[in-house]
Design a protein around this ligand. Structure first.
Ligand code: EPZ
Length: 413
């Protein structure tokens, strides 16, 4: 429940990045450990992956933001549909299981609210490394007789988890693997750094060409998860949409250039102040056009949040979603709050209105939930966002953090 109209003020800290923590946890399968991960966010997706790792035979201990994992022996090679259907990122255990044991049986992730989200590139890369892959009864059966063998793999499209899955498998393959058209996201860079800390030999992460020299085995991981650039971007929009002034701690500005540049174009003030980042806005935002792109372009995970802000702009903005084919589920809900948005194929034409009004709305996916909450913070009256289990997958205590910034928001049963 949100009562809108309160400008946000104060300081907020960004939690560890969900999309870094998930591949890092999957990578613990690659060696017995003991592994230690700190600054891990408390999220449903992390709990889901923990259950999966334990089913595979790992011992996982979570104390606050620290997660300790040891994986002396893989007891099962199966990632069941019941778990994978709740979190597609479970498919990240495929590469590590294959590299460690030569076997894996992972349920095919279904589609989700934002698109069909195939994993053909994951399978293409693992096959190229020598695995035999067959799909039966909704499961991927992967086998590698003997060690995987390094090779050159060129992805048809840049895929974040596809790059991560194949990168993890390549660390234990014989010889050199070259990944071309690889994803350049900061989460890939962070995974490569953690893997090199375990003894892997990876160069080029963060560019479209990553080279891996396979090694016999890997040692323990000891890594602090970096801050979540999407959560940070969400707080920037929260300050802008409520015309407040906040300071963000652990804000990874260096990974947020596309978002910062678009927000500044919309008239938002963003500046570093020591180890904090100041974000403020005093007026309605200027309209801006944006296209989502793989990193370092504008992140698709910030598209819904920007749409909420631009719904109040002094003019018309065109938002084009080029990464996923159906990531406009939040549009119908924003319209219920008075937003004027027309969909034209992959683009949303957003005609800014002077104000939004609170309404009961329904979350459909993680970032759509955030977008509706942001709109609620600015809307006149009460907004009730239902199905916020979507939100809990990717934001740690969001309503508490927003309350600490002065928002009138609470979770009601
Ligand atoms: C990761 O998903 C993120 N999830 C997503 O964040 C994020 O939206 C996405 O990257 C894009 O940045 C995690 O990191 C856990 P992709 P991923 O493979 O890896 C197509 C969130 O909100 N594709 O980079 O699944 C695909 O259909 C989530 O935190 C293939 O065609 O995304 C899409 O159009 C949502 N074949 C495009 O590539 C494949 O084998 C990019 O997808 C794989 C992908």
């Amino acid at each position: 429940m949100i009562k809108g109209g309160r400008p946000l003020h104060g300081e907020v800290r960004v939690s560890g990045a969900k999309n870094a923590a998930l591949p890092l946890l999957a990578a613990t399968i690659l060696s017995p450990g003991p592994h230690r991960l700190s600054n891990v966010p408390r999220l449903r997706d992390i709990d889901t992956l923990r259950i999966l790792l334990e089913q595979l035979g790992a011992e996982v201990e979570i104390n606050g933001d620290e997660v300790r994992v040891s994986c002396p022996k893989i007891k099962s090679h199966r990632a069941p549909y019941e778990l994978v259907k709740t979190m597609r990122a479970s498919v990240l255990v495929l590469g590590p299981l294959l590299a460690r044991t030569g076997r894996a049986m992972v349920s095919l992730p279904g589609g989700c609210a934002i698109g069909t989200r195939p994993i053909d590139q994951h399978l293409k890369g693992l096959k190229a490394l020598g695995a035999s892959i067959s799909l039966r009864h909704g499961y991927i059966y992967a086998r590698a007789r003997g060690a995987l063998r390094g090779t050159v793999i060129c992805f048809d499209v840049p895929t974040v988890t596809g790059t991560e899955n194949v990168l993890m498998a390549a660390t234990l393959a014989e010889g050199e693997t070259v990944l071309k058209n690889a994803a350049c996201e900061p989460e890939v860079v962070e995974l490569a750094r953690a893997l090199n800390g375990m003894g892997a030999r990876i160069v080029g992460a963060g560019t479209e060409e990553i080279r891996v020299q396979g090694v016999e085995s890997l040692g323990p991981m000891d890594h602090r998860v970096g801050p979540d650039r999407i959560e940070a971007g969400t707080f920037m929009v929260a300050a802008a949409i409520t015309r407040g002034e906040i300071r963000i701690r652990e804000c990874p500005l260096e990974w947020m250039e596309a978002v910062v540049s678009k927000l500044k174009e919309a008239g938002v003030e963003i500046s570093k102040e020591g180890d904090l980042v100041r974000v403020a806005a005093r007026w309605r935002p200027e309209p801006v056009d944006l296209k989502t792109r793989p990193y370092p372009g504008f992140p698709t995970d910030m598209q819904a949040q920007m749409m909420a802000l631009l719904s109040l702009a002094k003019g018309t903005s065109v938002i084009t979603e080029t990464v996923f084919e159906d990531r406009f589920m939040h549009v119908a809900e924003l319209r219920r709050m008075g937003a004027q948005i027309q969909l034209q194929g992959p683009s949303a034409v957003v005609k800014g209105v002077p104000k939004l009004t609170g309404a009961p709305v329904m979350a459909t996916d993680l970032r759509a939930s955030a977008s509706l909450i942001l709109a609620g913070l600015a809307a006149e009256g009460i907004t009730e966002v239902s199905r916020i289990y979507h939100l809990d997958r990717g934001y740690e205590k969001l309503e508490e953090k927003l309350s600490s910034l002065g928002a009138e928001i609470k979770r009601v049963r």
